[in-house]
Design a protein around this ligand. Structure first.
Ligand code: NAD
Ligand code: MLT
Length: 544
């Protein structure tokens, strides 16, 4: 019997289907063009859904996800996927960002050339029996300024090609490092306005996000040079369509070209009826190579994720534990345990969970910026959040939904890095400060040279607890005889002690805490009886 049910709701290249069919554990259901109403009824029966842009994976479709685990997008753009809703449901959202890059780059080059030389209009005119060479006076690209908005995969490749045309390339992208621009030999502008004022040809290569929506409107076009060219092969919605039409009609823009529309197909859009505005039906990715590329990538990655193998391109989970070094995996595990410990010891309403990665080891960024999601945490913070939230919720908590679940419960999750503590007795450690309405408590964990993760601080107590297993925790006024009584009590209830860690805050007579590592689950009666011992302040069973 097949283990995984996979539905494909758009047309993919055959090479993708072949990969899915070759997996004996997959039952494949090809339903290209299926309407959302119908899909909604059956979606929960599948482990993975693979789509292109034809299916709106929105909140309504995701209302009952059943056994669904993965949403795969054969392509780059995820504007048809509600990533936040999918993440809250713990679904992995993945795309195939590299498969069609060159296809989109080459269409962008075609559109830049078409717009500069009005090639499509010249073709139409000649076919209509005209021989009008005067009307098709173009502009040269050589020595002109190309303005690129968004220096990602496509923007970067367009830059390289336009440089070969002798263009001077300037870019605006607030999210890239200066070295990337320098490496590509292009000039980085400080603002979009600066780029608009110098570009002879402006080409858009950003995703559609709240920030980029209508980023080119009337105001921005007014800042452009008279007679400039505007090209959009990225996403409909990046520019105000009517403003572009008006600018082309008025001659403010020499011409424009777009492959993408706010509404697709663009029925009745003025963009398709304007002279010197050249349009194509969202074919940027439509090359044999591009389609094969995205289909193969997404099908392989979906299978990897289903089988529990390492996978790439999960946009709402910007790291993969298995891809961390074995050292870092140990810090990842101890972070999750620290989250569990902290949550189980927390009293009061949690307001903030602040994670501090202390030490040189954490200097490097191990995650990538998630695709238009509100969280951009390092793996250790996500692991800690998962451990922490599991204590509060019965619903499944995953590395994907943990930050959302924390946010939903009004807990602010924060992350900082520091090497301030590197001179302390611990070189690298993870600290968490839990702030509640009752105050703040600090916890810390590390991995020692023996490779074992240990919790080393709980409030003001310094300890050395193996970060795995079941603990009996109790706090008491430090008086003689308590340890013996607790040992006997556990023995009477058949609970075997592995390790008994006791520490006290100050001098004799102050408060002491104990963590007793045991082999068996601790019956509630043990906790109840413990509270009857004189001097006990608090007692709990803790599972790490
Ligand atoms: P990418 O993620 O590699 O690059 C996007 C770049 O945009 C990043 O460098 C990012 O920092 C930058 N960016 C984000 N917000 C910005 C902002 N406010 N201002 C300036 N820059 C900003 O993506 P990519 O693979 O290069 O794809 C680029 C676009 O092309 C996407 O919208 C994608 O969906 C689209 N695309 C279209 C087609 C098509 O068929 N026409 C094909 C492939 C990709
Ligand atoms: C993409 O985002 O990959 C392209 O726009 C192509 C597509 O939508 O299939």
């Amino acid at each position: 019997m097949a283990k995984f049910n996979v539905i494909v709701t758009d047309h993919l290249a055959e090479e993708g289907y072949d990969i899915l069919r070759a997996d004996p554990e997959v039952e494949l259901d090809l339903r290209p063009g299926i309407k959302n109403d119908e899909l909604k009824k059956i979606l929960g029966n599948y482990d993975a859904v693979i789509t292109r842009s034809g299916t709106d994976v929105d909140e309504d479709l995701l209302s009952d996800t059943g056994k669904l685990k993965i949403v795969g997008r054969a392509g780059v753009g995820l504007d048809n996927v509600d990533i936040e809703t999918a993440s809250r449901k713990g679904l992995i959202v993945m795309n195939a960002p590299t498969g069609n890059t060159i296809a989109a780059v080459e269409l962008s080059m075609g559109m830049i050339l078409a717009a500069a030389r009005k090639i499509p209009a010249a073709d139409t005119s000649l076919r209509a029996g005209e021989w009008d060479r005067k009307r098709f006076m173009g502009v040269q690209l050589h020595n002109k300024v190309l303005g690129i908005v968004g220096l990602g995969r496509i923007g970067g490749n367009v830059a390289a090609r336009c440089k070969a045309f002798g263009m001077k390339v300037h870019v605006y992208d607030p999210y890239i490092k200066r070295e990337r621009a320098e490496g590509l030999g292009v000039k980085l502008c400080q603002s979009l306005e600066e780029l608009l004022s110098i570009a002879d040809v402006l080409t858009l290569h950003t995703p559609l996000t709240n920030e980029t929506k209508k980023m080119i409107g009337r105001e921005q076009i007014a800042l452009m040079k008279d007679g400039a060219i505007l090209v959009n092969c990225a996403r409909g919605g990046l520019m105000d369509e009517q403003a572009v039409v008006d600018a082309v009609n008025s001659g403010k823009l020499f011409s424009a070209a777009t492959d993408v529309f706010e509404e697709e197909p663009p029925t009745g859009s003025p963009l398709t009826k304007t002279e010197n505005l050249f349009v194509t039906p969202h074919i940027g990715a439509n090359t044999e190579e591009g389609q094969k590329g995205v289909a193969v990538i997404i099908c392989e990655q979906v299978l990897n994720a289903l089988h529990g193998r390492p996978y790439q391109y999960a946009v709402n989970k910007p790291f993969e534990k298995e891809q961390l070094s074995s050292d870092m995996q140990k810090f990842f595990d101890v972070s999750e345990s620290l989250g569990r410990m902290a949550a189980q010891l927390t009293i009061g309403k949690v307001q903030e969970v602040r994670v501090i990665m202390a030490g040189k080891r954490f200097e490097e960024d191990l995650g990538e910026k998630s695709f238009d999601t509100p969280f951009n945490f390092q793996p250790f913070t996500i692991a800690l959040a998962k451990g922490f939230m599991e204590t509060y919720l019965h619903n499944p908590v995953s590395y994907i939904n943990a930050p959302y679940l924390a946010q939903d419960r009004g807990m602010m999750l924060n992350e900082t890095k520091t090497d301030e503590y590197s001179r302390s007795r611990l070189r690298d450690h993870i600290i968490v400060i839990v702030k509640t309405d009752l105050g703040e408590v600090r916890y810390a964990a590390t991995v020692f040279a023996d490779g074992v993760g240990r919790i080393v601080r709980i409030a003001d107590f310094h300890l050395d607890l193996i970060a795995k297993g079941i603990y009996l925790y109790f706090k008491n006024h430090d008086t003689p005889g308590i340890v013996g009584k607790v040992g006997t009590l556990l023995g009477e209830h058949g609970v075997n002690i592995v390790n008994f860690a006791l520490t006290r805050l100050h001098s004799r007579g102050s408060e002491a805490v104990s963590f007793v590592l045991v082999d068996e689950p601790i019956p509630q009666i043990v906790i109840d009886k413990l509270y009857q011992f004189e001097g006990i302040i608090e007692a709990k069973a803790i599972k790490l």
